[in-house]
Design a protein around this ligand. Structure first.
Ligand SMILES: [Zn+2]
Ligand SMILES: [Zn+2]
Length: 972
């Protein structure tokens, strides 16, 4: 309020100044005084009008502010929006379409309403039933399809597209009180059938028979024809036919209930055709996929996911990749004939998945994922001939609601759909977005993105569900590239309205990215590409350079100041082409980069791109605010992404025992607030212009160090961990080297670790995590893994040698697994018999020695080539040394509080070595990760949420964890 009042006063003063200055002379007589008064009153009228305008502006601002605070989308008339944007670039950040302004919002141009079908029915589900085209040519004009409707009473009705009822309220037999939750159509036009699923998990399959009859009017008897053909209304009376549609139950079945305590609930069913056989694939709440024959007998069941909620959806694939399933955090290909997964499922996103669709058109093998937070991601599932799980594109974040996705002619149709349990869901305006995949693939410039071809609002009607008829994918039609001509129809059910409204949908297929580049000039195909032609080829190829340029541009204009609150004067739309070219030249001139720069196809929506690069980012984390204090939610700032930096979206962070020591200030004075965590796993979200080794979307990790002097012998040899002047630790350290962007005169800013949602790290201290490794399980490798790997590598451990591992915590477990993969015989030296089973069975150790058992100890004497000692408490060193053979090496990686106590004769007679090792260098860490990738090693772990960190610290101290706690940062 204070600000508003101030603004009013300021405006008033200005206005009064205007009034006085325009007529400075005082009046003397009646006439001049009257004239003077008139001037004043007319000026006041003007002022009043102006104030009214300002008042409207203030109101609009207040509304936007309210919308932001409540997470609600506020719609402003475009004139008002432009007016606001002119005054404040801030507004363009919050009204998303400043950058992702739809190319068109002209609904009537693209949607021609035909009619409302079944206007009396309370429709719950609807779908098109495509008919066989028996007579070529005739089918061109009328779309050969019927509309199938299931109403609130669970009755089936089938209508022609002329709104002629062909089957009226057929009882599907689900029984009274049951409601139908899913309607699926037969995959081909050979045999028509429909599948319905009710809320009790019953699946019923009905055959639909459609027979065309010649009308009696023609004079003869009814004559059944073999195949259907919809009535071509008024076209040729001789050819007039009528359709006879009947439904009959084919089969009915349900899932077996499963074991007693686990209630297996059906979540989704998909009919598929393989050769002449029909199968039904059913997903359930326990993550299982079952395959049924057409008669309802089960062929088999396999569990494909352990995600909560189980299988959430099924999508029909193509060819060998017959069925795509998805759960909240994974999707994968399922073979119904083998009743098994074909490859490891793809994972790697944070917010739960709510819908999935195959990509339309020109490039196959990609799937679109709609996440609960409104994001849409595109994953490539193939790379060349091999399988992949690569993040390829990210859609503009235009909705706070999750999308339901449909593929349509080079576009993705997305309908924001509130989750069932959402409060006030009716307040959201639901519009259909058409995302142009080609435009996105080409990249975004500083001009509006063109990623949204059409944003269709049907206000005040709210679309609730839709069905599409026509070629869903460009080029898949018989006419090849001419698929544009095929007519499409869309049937939309609107909220609180009866029936289904059918529209003709005209939308051209955008040219694929390559064709667009080759074509060059603008095309007159309805969408004007000429303005983006000059842009996109460059941007598509030089994505990385562009990111850098935008960053530098902003820095340049704002005088190099990264931080500060001066967001209002950032000229994000002023693109300095000279600078862009200069940066490109620089990049091309660089030795070793023959192609100039690495092409990037990742999209970061405009506002995110700049916010990620232009300034510091605030980031949620868990921190100890005082020594030994609890770990509590906190917010820190991450630096702006510098030219050599990699910004990482942290997904997981491991809890290392040393986190506990430091947060409790047990290792000497520490820096607070402290954000611990040096086992970090996540995905790259932005890179600086000098970074070529990483790109957005890469799966990466950060370990114990984020910087070092880079000049000493150790650093030059890749042993940054032994840097002569000390490496900069990932947390509880300071950016003390001048080359770092966070260096300050007084010793550098403090470092904050991985219990956070993001981090910005110099590229030389980032490692790549192999694709096949589970990210959560791979994060502990960054400290626990390298700590035991490094001494094995440095001390020349060979395959076939005998390795001892003392202590079976996180480090010990990693040492056993890595030692086994190394080809060694591994003996666990433990103080408790209780760990025998887990050591031998779970970790696959070869031998187990209980230190308190004299015969065990005797039997193991002089048998080992190397011992990795991970014990952090006081223990009897001479006994452990007695296990070593001649030339044996005893490597200490655990740190007992007390000094060691042993006699020289325990090492002299057999030339034994006692040595130590501290984590490992960056190059070695990468080597270790690759080794673990090759041998499929991850750390067994317990995933915890942020609020459990303090509790888990106590359990770490008690060694009550197998073998690592890993924090899921999405819970912050
Ligand atoms: Zn550690
Ligand atoms: Zn150094």
């Amino acid at each position: 309020m204070g600000r508003c009042a101030w603004l009013l006063i300021a405006l008033t003063r200005q206005a009064w100044a205007g009034v006085w200055s325009s007529s400075p002379a005082p009046c003397h007589d009646d006439e001049s005084c009257k004239a003077r008064l008139d001037t004043i009153t007319s000026k006041l009228d003007e002022l009043r009008d102006e104030m009214r305008g300002k008042h409207l502006t203030l109101q609009a601002l207040e509304e936007i502010r309210g919308g932001i605070l409540s997470g609600r989308r506020v719609e402003l008339p475009s004139a008002q929006r432009q007016h606001l944007e002119k005054g404040s670039p801030l507004i363009s950040e919050v009204t998303f379409d400043a950058r992702h302004r739809p190319v068109s919002t002209n609904v009537s141009r693209h949607f021609q309403s035909q009619r409302v079908i079944a206007p009396n029915l309370d429709v719950r589900h609807h779908a098109f039933l495509t008919l066989k085209r028996s007579t070529p040519g005739a089918a061109k004009t009328s779309v050969p399809a019927l509309l199938v409707i299931v109403d609130a009473e669970s009755k089936l009705s089938i209508y022609s597209l002329d709104n002629e009822p062909l089957l009226d309220k057929f009882d599907l037999g689900h029984g009274a009180g049951r409601s139908i939750v899913q309607l699926e159509m037969s995959p081909t036009q050979e045999n028509h059938f429909i599948v319905t699923v009710d809320d009790d998990g019953n699946i019923r399959v009905h055959n639909i028979k459609i027979v065309a009859k010649k009308q009696k009017a023609e004079g003869g008897k009814d004559k059944d024809e073999a195949e259907e053909e919809p009535k071509a209304k008024g076209k040729d009376p001789k050819e007039a036919r009528t359709l006879n549609v009947t439904a009959s139950l084919a089969s009915s079945f349900t899932l077996s209930p499963g074991a007693l305590e686990e209630a297996r609930k059906l979540t989704v069913v998909l009919p598929i055709e393989r050769g002449s056989q029909t199968f039904f694939v059913a997903g359930d709440s326990l993550g299982g996929l079952s395959v049924f024959f057409r008669n309802g007998t089960m062929r088999g069941r396999v569990r494909v996911t352990e995600d909560p909620g189980g299988v959430k959806g099924l999508v029909r694939g193509q060819g060998q990749q017959q069925v795509l399933f998805y759960s909240s955090h994974a999707f994968g290909f399922f073979s119904p004939s083998q009743v098994d997964l074909q490859y490891a499922p793809c994972t790697g996103w944070n917010s739960p998945l709510v819908d999935l669709a195959m990509e339309p058109g020109y490039s196959t093998g990609r799937v679109l994922l709609a996440l609960q937070d409104g994001d849409v991601l595109v994953y490539a599932t193939t790379r060349g001939k091999s399988k992949a799980c690569d993040l390829a594109l990210k859609f503009p974040h235009v909705s706070v609601l999750p999308f339901k996705l449909h593929s349509f002619r080079g576009h993705v149709m997305a309908l924001p759909t509130p989750p069932d349990d959402m409060e006030k869901k009716d307040e959201y305006v639901r519009e259909i977005f058409f995302f142009n995949v080609a435009a996105m693939e080409n990249g975004y410039g500083s001009s509006p993105s063109r990623a949204i071809t059409l944003q269709a609002s049907f206000k005040p009607k709210q679309p609730e569900n839709l069905a599409l008829l026509g070629q869903p994918t460009a080029g898949a039609g018989a006419q090849g590239g001419g698929g544009d001509k095929a007519k499409s129809q869309i049937a939309i059910r609107f909220k609180d309205m009866r029936g289904v409204e059918v529209f003709d949908l005209t939308l051209r297929t955008p040219p694929p990215p390559k064709a667009a580049q080759a074509e060059g000039g603008g095309s007159s195909n309805g969408w004007d590409f000429s303005s983006i032609m000059s842009w996109f080829p460059k941007i598509g190829v030089f994505g990385i350079a562009l990111i850098g340029v935008i960053f530098w541009n902003i820095k340049k204009v704002t005088g190099g100041g990264g931080g500060g609150g001066g967001a209002t004067d950032l000229p994000t739309d002023d693109f300095d082409e000279e600078l862009f070219k200069e940066k490109l030249r620089e990049r091309r001139a660089k030795p070793g980069s023959t192609t100039g720069v690495v092409p990037v196809k990742i999209e970061v929506s405009g506002s995110r791109l700049t916010s990620a690069l232009q300034s510091t980012m605030s980031c949620k984390c868990y921190a100890a605010l005082v020594p030994a204090g609890p770990l509590v939610p906190h917010t820190i700032e991450r630096r702006a992404v510098g030219p050599d930096d990699v910004a990482i979206d942290i997904k997981y962070a491991g809890i290392c025992h040393s986190d506990v020591h430091q947060a409790r200030e047990e290792w000497g004075s520490a820096i607070f607030p402290m954000v611990p965590g040096h086992e970090i796993g996540g995905f790259v979200t932005a890179v600086g212009p000098n970074v070529t080794s990483f790109k957005v979307g890469d799966k990466v990790g950060v370990g114990c160090m984020v910087d070092s002097c880079r000049e000493c012998q150790s650093c030059k040899e890749g042993d940054e961990n032994y840097c002569a002047t000390g490496a900069v630790m990932t947390y509880n350290g300071k950016y003390k080297y001048k080359h770092c962007l966070e260096y300050t005169e007084d010793g550098g800013k403090p470092t904050y670790g991985g219990y956070a949602q993001s981090i910005v790290v110099d590229k030389n201290y980032v490692c790549r995590i192999p694709d096949n490794l589970d990210l959560a399980g791979a994060t502990p490798l960054l400290c626990a893994g390298i700590t035991v790997y490094s001494p094995m590598a440095y001390n020349g451990l060979k395959a076939g040698q005998k390795l001892g591992v003392a202590g079976l915590g996180g480090l010990g477990a990693m040492a056993v697994m890595i030692g086994k993969a190394w080809g060694c015989e591994v003996t666990v030296l433990s103080r408790s018999e209780g760990k025998r089973d887990e050591a031998m069975k779970e970790l696959k150790a070869d031998k187990f020695v209980v230190m308190s058992n004299d015969s065990d100890v005797e039997a193991a004497a002089s048998s080992l080539d190397m011992i990795i000692d991970t014990i952090a408490a006081k223990h009897d060193i001479p006994t452990y040394l007695s296990f070593l053979r001649q030339n044996g090496k005893f490597v200490m990686v655990g740190v007992p509080a007390e000094p060691l106590d042993f006699h020289a004769f325990s090492i002299i007679p057999k030339r034994k070595t006692i040595t130590g090792s501290l984590i490992g260098g960056i190059r070695e860490t990468q080597e270790m990760l690759d080794f673990c990738g090759k041998h499929n090693i991850i750390c067994p772990h317990e995933l915890i949420s942020g609020d459990k960190i303090s509790e888990s610290y106590d359990r770490v101290v008690k060694s009550d964890v197998k073998y690592r706690f890993v924090i899921d940062t999405s819970t912050f």
